[in-house]
Design a protein around this ligand. Structure first.
Ligand SMILES: [Zn+2]
Length: 461
């Protein structure tokens, strides 16, 4: 039984999906600047979760948004400028160009880190109609009011506002200066902002309330519910999103539907640099380029992040990164030199699985991996076992460019289970599910071929 820490209840809880396929949403990047390794750490934590679910045989439908409009420079009080427009001015590009530039860069980063891409990337600018529809629904139910600069959500009308952050009466957010302006309460937030008179915005749309653009929070609710339904299994993000963005996502979604929005909230801790969290606004960021400047691969950074539990802060030094590179190189050399065709070592597989089931304890999982390396098993069995672990760790340990033979395939039980479900869905002519399971198999390290004699597995090269 997989246990996950749920921010909502502050407890490790047994995870059971609502339906057969797990619905998973995570807040993606605001594409106005370089993403730093702290942002990528969050993406890596989501990938660890997703690979774990796939490993244990759950199909996963995963959506990640691309925020290409509406995220303001001061999101705590709905003021400031749209970050995308700021980026456009900085680089002499159009808003659309700057958004696409950094979206592309982010996706390259994701690929270099071995992260499985989501089922769908959803751009905020391509879901304006859905956001307007959601705001209309809230308006009809009496949750909104109008000010000079936009349509706002009245947080005091939503019972349990702030439950995610554990602040039952969130009249004020301590430590954050909130400029009320025309807002009625500090916790109210913009659903739709009007294009201010005299300012030239590049991105604006017609709406029932006037020309303008959506607030940042509404995009996630609208897109998550469009693709995953009104109640989703797991919603992820970094911990800084808890008090405002995720709190507001819950309020507006649940006010609109009357149903719980998210069953499990999973939040990843920060990367710390100096004495503070790594953030563009602090000016202490390191990027994937910095990783490469240290002579390391993004996958070495992935190894380094796995050494710390996703809910603990992480400090990234050049020394720690080089140590991760050495460790990973050792594993690759070991796997390459051993002969294929070994058997899985059952007691280590079991131990490894137990560490994952306990709130994705990757540091302990790595420790089990090194137990395998250092114990006197035969090298082929070590190889097979380490590669089975790597379906979850995603460290790219499998030697590439080799022609695989049938004998080489050590197929984990979890993969066999997925293969069995896919056979069944094919007999039922459920092609959609069959395709989802193909994705699940790919994530677990195997491509499936449909031949006249049935399904054939081929390791992902
Ligand atoms: Zn979001």
């Amino acid at each position: 039984m997989l246990k996950l820490f749920n921010t909502l209840t502050r407890e490790k809880e047994a995870f059971r999906p609502l339906k057969k396929t797990v619905s998973l949403y995570n807040c993606g990047p605001t594409v106005y600047h370089d993403q730093h390794i702290g942002n990528f750490r969050t993406s890596l934590s989501v990938d660890l979760l997703k690979r774990t679910l796939l490993y244990f045989g759950y199909p996963v439908k995963h959506i990640t948004n691309i925020t290409d409009v509406g995220h303001l420079t001061n999101d705590a009080d709905d003021s400031g400028e749209d970050k995308i427009e700021v980026g456009a001015r900085r680089e002499g590009l159009t808003a659309r160009q700057v958004a696409r530039k950094y979206e592309k860069q982010y996706k390259q980063g994701i690929k270099s880190l071995g992260i499985i891409p989501p089922f769908k990337w959803t751009r905020a600018t391509e879901h304006i109609a859905e956001q307007i529809a959601l705001i209309k629904k809230l308006e009809k139910k009496g949750y909104t009011y109008r000010t000079e600069d936009g349509i706002y959500f009245d947080a005091t009308k939503f019972k349990n506002y702030g439950k995610l952050a554990g602040l039952s009466a969130m009249k004020r957010r301590p430590g954050i200066r909130v400029n009320l302006g025309e807002k009625k309460h500090a916790t109210d937030f913009a659903l739709w902002k009007f294009a201010a008179a005299g300012t030239a915005r590049q991105m604006e749309w017609e709406s029932p309330w006037g020309i303008g653009f959506p607030g940042w929070h509404i995009e996630c609710s609208a897109m998550a519910m469009k693709y995953l339904g009104e109640t989703i299994d797991i919603h992820c993000g970094a911990i800084d999103l808890i008090p405002v963005h995720h709190t507001n996502e819950i309020a507006q979604s649940e006010a609109a539907t009357g149903k719980p929005f998210v069953r499990h909230w999973m939040h990843g801790a920060f990367v710390i640099e100096g004495k503070e969290k790594m953030a563009k606004s602090v000016g202490n960021i390191k990027t994937l380029e910095w990783i490469e400047e240290q002579g390391c691969s993004p996958l070495d950074y992935r190894y380094l992040t796995l050494q710390t539990h996703y809910r603990k802060e992480l400090r990234v030094t050049a020394e720690a990164l080089v140590a991760a590179r050495t460790a990973r190189a050792h594993l690759i050399a070991m796997v390459s030199s051993a002969s294929p065709g070994g058997a899985l070592i059952p007691e280590k597989i079991k131990k490894f699985e137990e560490t994952l089931l306990d709130d994705l304890n990757a540091p302990r999982g790595l420790a089990v991996l090194w137990e395998v390396v250092n114990a006197p098993y035969n090298s082929a069995d070590k190889r097979a076992t380490i590669l089975a672990f790597d379906a979850v760790l995603g460290l790219g340990l499998k030697p590439t460019g080799r022609v695989s033979t049938k004998k080489e395939l050590a197929i984990p039980d979890a993969v066999k289970k997925i293969l069995g479900s896919r056979e069944q869905s094919r007999q039922e002519k459920n092609w959609k599910r069959s395709d989802e399971l193909r994705t699940a198999l790919h994530a677990a390290g195997f491509d499936v071929l449909d031949t006249a004699e049935g399904q054939k597995l081929k390791p992902v090269v």
